[in-house]
Design a protein around this ligand. Sequence first.
Ligand code: F6R
Length: 245
Amino acid sequence: MKIIEAKDYNKMSALAADYIIEKIKANPNLNLGLATGGTPVGIYSNLINDHQKNGLSYRNITTFNLDEYVGLSGENPNSYRYYMDDQLFNHIDIQKSKTNIPRGDVADIQKECLDYEKLIANQGGIDLQILGIGSNGHIGFNEPGTSFDSNTHVVQLAPSTLEANARFFNSPEEVPTEAVTMGIATIMKSKQILLLISGESKKEALFRLINGEVNESFPASVLKNHPCVTIIADEAALADIKVHS
Ligand code: F6R
């Protein structure tokens, strides 16, 4: 795993956006895996600025998001479909038909999981997957204990994740307790992975990722088995780690 140090959140976002922009320039048909949450917001606004200023086109880009809440339709402002449209897709020239997010509001959720897995495979797999990390080490919504062999599946969200996500909802009771997520094996099939880590609240997770063992009790540790992972982390997250550049 290669670690790039950024001074703060803004610098991390700018570096990550530049990284993605270079990948798109090298391959305008890139299959790009995307994340939601607080961490990538700055990246998406940098991508929008670049698109408006420099005209980089997303017309032939296909995206696959990591996850979606079960029970929320895309019109619900707390759904990840809504988030992606609002934070990125509505502001660039991407074709909405090429933006893929698991559906959380379908009758047959198990079929949705199988279909999503097939969709990614039929498109030739994900070239670059963007990831954030939970303070408990989750990636996507793969909570501690998730099998490293898991494909896209339905999960019960851990209490710490519900608590962390409550900030986006009017009340804690509104936070859905289940989500559909790419599995660990799905994520590991991506050709390249870009992991973003920002802030003091992620300090322990980053320390454990770097220094701990590869173990299902800390899902992100699996990334040590991937041949092409880049981490961009800010100083607050890296506080307990020495970066050798
Ligand atoms: C989001 C996702 C999650 C988040 C993680 C960190 O699609 O899959 O794994 O990346 O929960 O969230 P933030 O960035 O809000 O700290």
